[in-house]
Design a protein around this ligand. Structure first.
Ligand SMILES: [Zn+2]
Length: 247
């Protein structure tokens, strides 16, 4: 989903008390992950539920990292230990004297959890304390442990439209020229699998279903094969052969 639309949707869910207690935000861009999670949290704590920073005491404390009911663990790159998760659990399980208060913890990024950390988190996700929200950031959702993935609501932030790989796939369908086809096919065979899955899924949501429905079924099949089959090179070859027949 487009970044600003997603921010608005999440705010709306929170406002109507329908926000999921455990959310995965996925994007290859750390900046986008930060922007969405930070703006959602500012809104959650703002005393006026204002759509912009209105300078209220909570907005300004949030900006200065002074809110006690927000915990962030991880730094986008290094591993996250079980102790870090235990700190969250200890803090948010036993300090809820004012139970109506909103509490949020951010995991940056969820695929960096050590196995023991993931297991500790899992139990907490299953039985979250009242008004406690988990924002799990993810750069590569194919690396998230399935048991965590299945307990969270996933939101994917669209990559910027000028991403060159993305445009190549969509340009290929748009132009239907043999030349772009050959260029794209050789390019996509070289990039890593999870990146290719993401490109396919984004192209599906953005243009294939609406503009090129004749390629939808094969694209869905390829995404499934890439996720499940060990021999992804063969699956990719088959996909491009089928596309070539229809260009
Ligand atoms: Zn405010």
């Amino acid at each position: 989903m487009e970044k600003n639309n997603l921010i608005n949707e999440l705010k709306q869910l929170y406002k109507t008390k329908n926000l999921y207690s455990s959310i995965i935000l996925n994007s290859r861009s750390i900046n986008d992950l930060q922007e969405v999670s930070q703006e959602l949290m500012r809104f959650m704590f703002c005393e006026n539920q204002s759509n912009q920073d209105d300078g209220c005491v909570f907005c300004s404390r949030f900006k200065k990292n002074l809110l006690l009911d927000v915990i962030t663990v991880g730094d986008s790159t290094s591993e996250i230990s079980k102790e870090k998760i235990q700190e969250i659990i200890d803090k948010f399980s036993f300090t809820s004297i004012e139970e109506t208060k909103t509490k949020v913890y951010v995991i940056d990024v969820v695929e960096n959890l050590k196995t023991s950390a993931a297991n500790a988190l899992l139990k907490f996700l299953e039985e979250p304390p009242l008004n406690t929200y988990a924002l799990l950031l993810s750069k590569d959702r194919s690396k998230i442990i399935q048991t965590i993935r299945s307990r969270c609501k996933l939101f994917v932030i669209d990559s910027h439209f000028d991403h060159s790989d993305q445009n190549d796939l969509e340009i290929m369908f748009e132009t239907r020229s043999k030349e772009t086809y050959l260029l794209s096919a050789s390019k996509f065979k070289k990039i890593n699998k999870s990146e290719f899955i993401e490109i396919l899924e984004q192209a599906m949501n953005r243009t294939i279903l609406k503009k090129f429905p004749e390629f939808a079924e094969d694209t869905i099949t390829l995404i499934e094969d890439l996720k499940n089959l060990p021999n992804d090179k063969l699956a990719i070859d088959n996909y491009f052969i089928k596309i070539a027949e229809r260009l």
